[in-house]
Design a protein around this ligand. Structure first.
Ligand code: NSS
Length: 435
């Protein structure tokens, strides 16, 4: 096997600049196969894309039937000659001189009837991810995360890592996953925010890109029990600043993704990403409630938006927009109340348009020690559960703000995917813990 290492820099993209008749080496998987009496056509899939391989009975002689028998999804190492042919995808094909089966595949289980059932496809997710659509979506996801990371690093943020085992809720007790931690009770993290807040007193601007967990029973198209959370926290920043940062980040992500994965975006979406160029509109929660009521939605001031309300609201927009000023009753205890209007918080959600709804949530935090204790009590919680989080406020905690962005939500909107589970490698939902 060691001899194969030197093949690793094989790259199907390089074929477009290869000379006619040049000998090339490729490694990859047999994606599709068509066999004729004296020719076999394979589509080879490698890390970079697809290339057509041609096996000629004339050239392969006695080995032809053996080559034609190679099952799809087998891993192969190929030596062949480049031939330009406008009929081949990409305009280039490789005529096989020799093909070694590195790992032979059994009969591929994804039959057309399996492919018709989304549930069966997710039961076989460990294999179905090899399909061109999942491949393109996952490449776009990688580009999304890369772009976010780039944005933060370029703007002076420090990447931190927060613990996954935690002892108290960030976003309310109802969606905590509880587990045994030796002889103690622990939970899986819902958000890295509190740890980011501690870290801004060292670095001013920090971010994380790591999973959050929610025991969220709602079966919507936008809820996972485990999702990838991009979060940022900024010292000396107020609520307006954080909205500006979220807007700038999303614009950066969209523009960079167009540069990194243009073909994959077109393959999945049939066109480029949604337009995010103009300034995002900012409407108040009150305006949003009025708009919903006008649309016949039964919702009262003070209630939180559910998936249905977000859908109706966001159908009214064709660009992302913020809703700001959520009532105290709808937001977690750490939110700062608006000093001009104490019944609402200095908070906002960034909504994707056309029915998609919330993709980020953020706001200004309470930085004052006494105020935080008072609010925790007012919200019916116990300050003792938040010891270190409160303690930071005793030692020079400046005003600060932050937000969280769900990677699967953003990708679902950007690529028009039916469900957030399509936007992740191995989705976790209330009914799916396998594979
Ligand atoms: O609960 S959030 O609205 N807010 C927080 O967790 C804050 N503590 C983040 C922060 O300020 N650092 O979640 C933030 C985002 C939300 O807008 C969604 O995009 C995503 O996280 N999110 C989810 N995505 C998929 N599935 C589920 N269940 C989910 N919950 C939140």
């Amino acid at each position: 096997m060691a001899g194969l290492i030197k093949w690793r820099n094989s790259d199907s993209r390089k074929l477009s600049s290869a000379r006619e008749g040049e000998e090339v080496k490729l490694i990859g998987w047999i994606f599709t196969k068509r066999v004729h009496s004296n020719k076999v056509f394979f589509m080879l899939r490698d890390r970079y894309g697809y290339v057509q391989l041609v096996g000629d009975a004339d050239k392969l002689g006695k080995r032809f039937s053996e080559v034609a028998d190679i099952p799809v999804e087998s891993a192969v190492a190929v030596v062949g000659w480049v031939k330009r042919d406008p009929r081949a995808p990409g305009g280039v094909e490789v005529h096989i001189k020799n093909i070694d089966v590195v790992a032979k595949a059994e009969v591929w289980p994804i039959t057309p009837s399996v492919a018709k059932s989304p549930d069966s496809m997710f039961d076989l997710r460990h294999l179905t991810i090899r399909g061109p659509k999942s491949r393109a979506i996952l490449l776009a996801r990688s580009a999304l995360v890369q772009s976010a990371w780039e944005y933060f690093i370029k703007n002076g943020y420090v990447l931190i890592t927060a613990p996954t085992f935690i002892t108290s809720a960030v976003e309310g007790g109802a969606t905590l996953f509880e587990l045994k931690y030796f002889d103690k009770k622990a939970y899986l993290t819902q958000s890295s925010q509190f740890y980011e807040e501690a870290a801004i007193c060292v670095f001013e601007k920090v971010f994380v890109i790591q999973p959050s967990f929610r025991a969220e029973k709602s079966r919507t198209r936008k809820h996972l029990t485990e999702f990838l959370h991009i979060e940022a926290e900024v010292a000396f920043a107020d609520h307006e600043d954080i909205m500006d940062i979220e807007e700038e980040l999303l614009k950066y992500i969209v523009n960079r993704m167009e540069e990194i994965v243009p073909d994959e975006i077109k393959y999945v979406r049939g066109k480029g990403l949604p337009d995010v160029d103009s300034r995002f509109e900012r409407i108040s929660y009150d305006e949003a409630i009025e708009l919903l009521q006008r649309k016949g939605v039964e919702i009262e001031w003070g209630e939180d938006f559910g998936a249905d309300e977000e859908r109706v609201l966001s159908m009214e927009f064709d660009k992302p927009f913020f809703v700001y000023g959520f009532p105290v009753s709808t937001r977690s205890f750490y939110h700062m109340d608006d000093p001009r209007r104490p019944e609402v918080t200095l908070s906002s959600d960034l909504m994707a348009p056309m029915g998609y709804g919330e993709i980020t949530s953020g706001g200004q935090r309470i930085h004052d020690y006494k105020y935080l204790i008072e609010k925790i009590k007012r919200m019916g919680l116990n300050p003792e559960d938040y010891g270190w989080y409160i303690d930071i406020r005793r030692y020079g905690m400046p005003p600060h703000s932050g937000f969280g962005m769900g990677v699967e939500r953003v990708l679902r909107w950007l690529l028009d995917l039916p469900h957030v589970r399509d936007a992740t490698l191995f989705p976790r939902t209330p009914t799916r813990l396998y594979p």
